[in-house]
Every structure is written in C-alpha cells, then in structure tokens.
Design a binder for this molecule. Structure first.
Ligand SMILES: [Zn+2]
Length: 583
C-alpha cells in the first residue's frame, strides 16, 4: 500500500485513444492536429468526470510532441512528452478558475502568455471551471483571447456552458463532452480490474457504472472503494451492500406482485425494503427505472437503450414478455407521479403504498378491458350511443378502492390523452374546447369504451340528488374557502367558477394551462368534496382553457355596460327609463 495511487489517477488516459467514451470528439481533435488546423481557443463543456481536463492535457502534449505517431498521437518518448508526463513541462499552464477567479489571477496568466515556449511549438493555457471567473476577470481576459500571440493556445473547460459569457463563447471552438455510457464504463472498469489483478462480476461493475452516473472519475473512485471493501473479489452482492443499492431482485418481486395484482405481496415487499433502510424516493425512482428497462426490452429496436448488464438481460426480456406496453406506460407514469409528489407528501409511506396499490390494479383493469373488448368488438370510428353507457354498469363486482385509485391516476393525464366525458353528443359550439374529463377511460389496454368509464366510476353505491348551478357554485366556493396553503388553487377556484352541464358534469373555464393543471391535479380532493356535499356520486369535472375569442373582456365603458346588461337585463331597462348616457 505504500505506493498506492488511486485508480482515477493511475488510469488517467495519456493518449486520445485511451480516453473512454468520447470517440468522435477525440477523433475530431486528432484530425485538427494532423491537418494543422488549430484554433486559438477551445471550450470543452460537459458534466464532471467525463475527461475534459484529461483531453485538454493530451491535446497540449500532442501538439507539442516532437515526434508524433502516424495516427496523430503523442509519442510519449520525446523530451517534450516526457516533460509533460512528469509534470514538469513549461508548455502547459493550468488555472482553476473556481479558486483563482480574480483580475490579478488573470493578469498573472496574461503575463505568462507573452513568453514563448522554451521547447516545442505551443504554450497551452487550460482554464478549468471558466464560468467561475468574475466579470472583471472575464473582461481582462477578453483582449488576450481575441488576439493571442501565435504560440498561445487556450483550452477553457466548464461544466456549465450557459454561464460562460457570449463574448467568450463566440471566440472559442466548442466541444461538447457527453456522459460516458454504461457499456463504455463497464468495459474500462473490466480493463482496470484485469490490470489490478482484481476479479469482478460484470453485474457488479454495471452497478458501479450506474452509480457513477456518466462520470469515469467517479466510477473509478467507487471502484477503488469497492476493491478495498471486498479484498479484490468484487461480487454483485458485495457491491449492492457496500453502495447501498437496491437489489434488482426486489424490483422483480414487486413487478411480479403488480402483474398478478397481488397488493398484499407488494406491500410486504415494500415493507421489507424500507426495513433495510432504503429511502422511499430511491425505491420509487428505481421502480420507475425498472419499468422503463422492461419497456425497452420489449422490442429489438429499443434494446440498445437497455444499459443493464448482459447477464441479467435474459431475465428482463423474459419478464418484459408478460408486461403489455400500455401497462408499462401507466406504471411508469404512476411511479413518476409518486416521485414528483414524494417530497411534498406528509405521509410518505402511505404515498408509496397507494402507488403500489394503483400499480397492482393496472393488470386487473387491463383484463377487464380486454374482456369488454371481446364481448363487444369496437366498430371503427363509431361513437357508442349514450344508452350503452348505463347498460355497462352492472357487469362488474364493485371495486371501490379501484375507483378511488383510478381518479388519482387520471389527475395526471396529459391533456392529449384525455377524452371527452361520456355525455350525450357534445355541443357543436364547444368543438374547439379542450375537454379535460376526470374520467378513467384511459386506464385500459385497448382504446377504452365509454361504458367502461361509467362503470368504474359508479361502482360505489350511487346517489344521484339533483342540484342546480347556484348550489354547485356555492359548494365550489365553500371548498375554496377551506384551502389554506395552496394559494394558486384557491385563486383559481375563486376566479374560475363551474358551470353545470348535462348529466351532472360541470365545466370550469380557465385562462391558462397552469390553472388547468392545478384544478386537474386537485380534482382528487375537490370532486369527493362536491359529491358528498351535493349528495351526488355522478359529479364529474371538465376543465378547459377559454379560447381567445371567447374571452369577454370589457375594456371600454360601452363594452362594460354591454357586459353588465347581459348579466343583468334590468340595467338596460334602467338606462332606457331614465334616458341615461355614457360619457
Ligand atoms: Zn512526443
């Protein structure tokens, strides 16, 4: 251990060829050097640990090499290369702008720029984290960057390109470094293990690569940590224990439970995972990733997106066969919604459990829908007549929790996925409206039919008490009055009132997508409230954005009067009777 060098340093690439995962970029750089078309300034951007600084150093070394190889690499043997490799070259200057970002630091650098290199052709200045320079420092640097002496070459590196001043950007050739793919990283880790005499299961290296999230430096430092932990025998089990990564096995078990609709098994598995000390949010994002992996496994064309190791690939493919696309779409969406709501949730465990319950019901819904499709094949393009709506209600045993769960799901539907409510033929005047029905018809596998919707929504004991628009608005307002923290929702409810339509549907016309989303997201609370207060379980909501020409904004006095008279016709009589005029 006395001469221990961390792998990230020991295996730092010394030629363009040994840079991991940036093939096209290094080829371009090599070509530029070979054809002698060098710019005065380069900007290397990309996430941390993907090889920006390494490439800058290799670049500096290569353009100074006295005896470059035929394929444009540095020889690593000449005096210049040796000086570079032993870190004693005068031709390279590195400035870390994160800690040296003042005008004085830049002035010192500019002084260096003037002096020609003692050996080799170019003096290379690498400025790391260049976005951290102060504005004054930037400005001091600009002149030099614009007209540098012919022997000077700048390589600026940054993780945040958008923070670099446009005046700098326009003077640089820009190279975007990409994250390193899992496969490339695993390959490099395998090479390092071989060199180090370490045995490693491919699956274990895969976990390390995933954990490193695209950065080779991180991957190598995790690798070092695991090597010392496992005494040079890296197994999958040891890695997941050491890195606190959730075993694939749990995701497979959860997926099994979801596919068989076994809520209890899913909750028990969750309990087991939580018992191991895993964070809920990691569980749900991991599960979403797992569904995504299953999805890409379902087709040869997307299989390339699957970054899990080859050894477990067959297992994914096998499981993917049992997961219909639609189910996976919904599952990913549900998991994602849970992830989004996780932080705000007060009862995080319940949120996780609710999501699992919803996930377990997806299969059941898909099956129901399939059954329905078999009974009544959908005739293409035909709208089901309204009477079939009520007919379809009694074919299923009541599943109350599912109805509740379904509403939660539909609250997150993108507007394009939503369909008009199962009401009689829509009013032609409203053709342009975007109906945002809080219905659950999109849960099923095939294009769902109207009656399926109604059936699921009305499974709970149905109460249908008639009410009028005023009562509806009153209850709407009383819900708004109870809102304490969600100010935006409150204002939306105060400003946009519901209008009762046929079949206990009501419509809310809002002014922008934000309000629309707010109402839809909160429908899960608003609707049960209204249903209970108005004693009517059929109440449904549609939210649409008001079309521009529909907005009756009154600007002039005449317009205001016209609008007021429309609302209250007696005003017109008043005006006529007293012969009033506007001025
Ligand atoms: Zn050389």
């Amino acid at each position: 251990m006395d001469n221990y060098i961390v792998s990230a340093r020991k295996y730092r690439p010394s030629t363009f060829r040994s840079v991991v995962g940036q093939k096209s970029l290094t080829t371009t750089l090599k070509n530029a050097i070979q054809s002698n078309k060098l710019a005065h300034a380069y900007l290397f951007c990309g996430p941390r640990g993907v090889g920006k600084t390494s490439c800058a150093r290799i670049f500096a070394k290569t353009i100074n090499c006295l005896n470059p190889t035929a394929d444009g690499e540095a020889c690593n043997a000449c005096e210049s290369c040796r000086a570079f490799n032993e870190q004693r070259s005068y031709n390279i200057h590195e400035l870390d702008a994160a800690s040296n970002n003042s005008v004085d630091d830049i002035r010192t650098l500019i002084d260096q720029v003037r002096i020609p290199p003692p050996i080799g052709k170019y003096k290379v200045f690498i400025i790391d984290e260049v976005h951290m320079l102060t504005t004054a420092a930037f400005n001091a640097f600009l002149k030099t960057l614009e007209e540098p002496p012919h022997h000077a070459l700048f390589i600026l590196a940054t993780t945040e390109k958008h923070k670099v001043l446009p005046t700098i950007l326009s003077r640089c050739q820009i190279y975007d470094f990409s994250r390193i793919s899992i496969a490339d990283m695993v390959e490099h880790l395998q090479y390092v293990s071989l060199q180090e005499g370490v045995t490693a299961e491919p699956e274990a290296l895969n976990v390390i690569a995933q954990k490193a999230d695209g950065g080779m430096r991180d991957a190598l430092s995790i690798f070092d940590q695991v090597v010392s932990f496992t005494n040079g025998n890296i197994t999958y089990q040891a890695v997941i224990n050491n890195l606190n990564v959730l075993d694939y096995e749990y995701y497979f078990r959860l997926t099994d439970a979801i596919l068989s609709g076994n809520v209890r098994a899913s909750l028990l598995t969750l309990n087991e995972i939580l018992g191991k000390g895993f964070d809920g949010q990691n569980i749900i994002t991991g599960l979403a990733g797992h569904f995504r992996d299953l999805l890409v496994c379902r087709d040869e064309s997307t299989l390339a997106l699957f970054e899990v190791g080859a050894s477990i690939r067959e297992r994914y493919k096998e499981m993917a066969k049992h997961c219909p696309d639609q189910l996976l779409f919904k599952a990913i969406e549900l998991a994602n919604t849970c992830d989004l709501n996780y932080r705000a949730s007060r009862n995080k465990r319940l949120l996780l459990e609710l999501t699992l319950i919803q996930l377990c019901q997806l299969t059941q819904m898909a099956a129901d829908d399939k059954k329905k499709t078999q009974i009544e094949p959908i005739s293409a393009g035909a709208n089901p007549a309204p009477q079939t709506v009520s007919n379809g209600q009694l074919q299923q045993p009541p599943r109350a929790p599912q109805a509740a769960a379904a509403q939660v799901m539909s609250t997150r539907m993108p507007s394009s996925a939503l369909t008009p409510p199962p009401s009689p033929a829509p009013n032609p005047a409203r053709k342009t409206a975007r109906p945002m029905g809080i219905s659950m018809k999109e849960i099923g596998v095939e294009k769902p039919k109207q009656q399926t919707v109604q059936q699921t929504i009305t499974t709970e004991r149905e109460v249908v008490t008639p009410f009028d628009n005023d009562t509806l608005v009153r209850e709407w307002d009383s819900y708004a009055a109870t809102i304490d923290k969600k100010v935006y929702l409150k204002n939306t409810m105060i400003n946009c009132k519901p209008t009762l339509q046929e079949n206990y549907y009501f419509e809310v016309a809002v002014h922008n997508p934000g309000q629309q989303e707010e109402l839809i997201n909160n429908a899960i609370h608003i609707l049960p409230f209204l249903r209970q207060r108005l004693n009517n379980s059929r109440i449904q909501m549609r939210v649409r954005i008001v079309e521009e020409n529909e907005k009756q904004l009154a600007y002039t006095s005449t317009e205001k009067l016209a609008l007021l008279m429309k609302i209250n016709p007696t005003l017109g009589r008043l005006r006529d009777e007293f012969n009033l005029t506007l001025d």
